[in-house]
Design a protein around this ligand. Structure first.
Ligand code: FE
Length: 333
């Protein structure tokens, strides 16, 4: 009898240990570069003892994997960039709403899903960059004005296949309607100095090299390039300061629909919106914290303050299909 009790006690203890261990872990599918996310998870583990396991891939395969795995997924959280991608994940049914007073208090509503399926964690402006040799900032005003004749043969753009440009176009449609947006985009295409670029960095290098005078890219690519080459003859310009403001997008995350550790994932997500984690998450990629109480790094702040568009970032997802078709019609490759 004694032996049986001991065995029973041992069994109960080991079951309990397994349950505790399982809760002390969060599994993340991440579309962010390893180096940009590992320090954040390491800090969380050091603080709480909760292990964070993560795998890295592009957003499309990660969303497809979550769909295929369904209720059997080991993943508790999805991290990716661009509201357009997070919206796609939400539409695919792989995220669940996370109601949290902490997240609501830390992150402005425009940077969260209206169904609480995801929240932004860091912000990047997709803004105008210009050659300091061939352009005076006074010549610049708005995204729309880059369609004017005086920029003919001087503009560089990245491919319309990239979600960043689809999101930018989606917000233009939201502001102006489809007809006027198509006119603007046709003007941009008409002003191109050369074929569209495969990435933002190559575009910035083309401005520096004299291939074009102006272009549109995300701020952190400029930050990286400027760090490598402080003599870069390119600077950011903040457009639309007299109307809706600069186009801002985000990197963000949501708890997966079938998260085995949903509660632990919610806690990690909440922590990622706090001051402690926000600097870590944003500064490492030279982004802006999504929590407005947290200051950007000195380097990012040195680019100057700007008024950001207040449109809900999920518009990027809602109007993505419309934007893609419009860009195609307007001849944006
Ligand atoms: Fe990027």
């Amino acid at each position: 009898m004694k032996a049986r009790n001991a065995l029973f006690a041992a069994f109960t203890l080991s079951t309990l240990a397994t349950a505790v261990q399982a809760a002390d872990e969060v599994v993340v599918y991440s579309a962010r570069i390893d180096e940009l996310i590992k320090p954040v998870f390491d800090a969380y583990t050091a603080k709480t003892g909760v292990k964070v396991k993560f795998i890295t891939d592009k957003e499309a395969p990660l969303i497809a994997r979550l769909k295929a795995e369904g209720a059997n997924t080991p993943a508790d959280m999805l991290i990716t960039v661009d509201a357009g991608n997070l919206w796609q994940a939400e539409q695919a049914g792989v995220l669940q709403p996370t109601e949290s007073e902490v997240i609501d208090a830390n992150i402005p509503a425009q940077y969260r899903s209206s169904t609480d399926s995801w929240t932004g964690l860091s912000l990047r402006a997709r803004t105008i960059f210009y050659s300091t040799e061939r352009v005076k900032p006074q010549e610049l005003s708005t995204y729309e004005a880059l369609a004017d004749k005086n920029w003919e043969g001087r503009l560089c753009l990245r491919t319309s296949k990239k979600v960043y440009n689809q999101s930018l176009t989606a917000t233009l449609i939201e502001a102006h309607g489809a007809e006027k947006t198509e006119e603007i985009i046709k003007g941009w295409v008409n002003n191109l100095a050369t074929d569209v670029f495969a990435d933002d960095t190559a575009l910035l290098q083309a401005i520096d090299a004299g291939q074009c005078d102006v272009g549109i890219t995300n701020t952190y690519y400029y930050g990286r390039l400027h760090k490598q080459n402080p003599a870069l003859k390119v600077k950011p310009f903040w457009p639309n300061q007299n109307d809706r403001g600069v186009h801002v997008n985000l990197a963000g995350a949501g708890v997966t629909q079938h998260a085995p550790h949903a509660e632990a994932a919610r806690k990690l997500l909440e922590w990622m919106t706090t001051a402690e984690a926000q600097s870590l998450f944003a500064d490492i990629n030279q982004e802006y914290p999504a929590n407005p109480a947290v200051q950007p790094s000195a380097e990012v702040a040195s680019w100057g303050a700007f008024k950001a568009d207040t449109v809900a970032t999920e518009v990027a997802g809602k109007r993505q299909a419309e934007a893609t078709m419009l860009m195609d019609r307007a001849g944006w490759q």
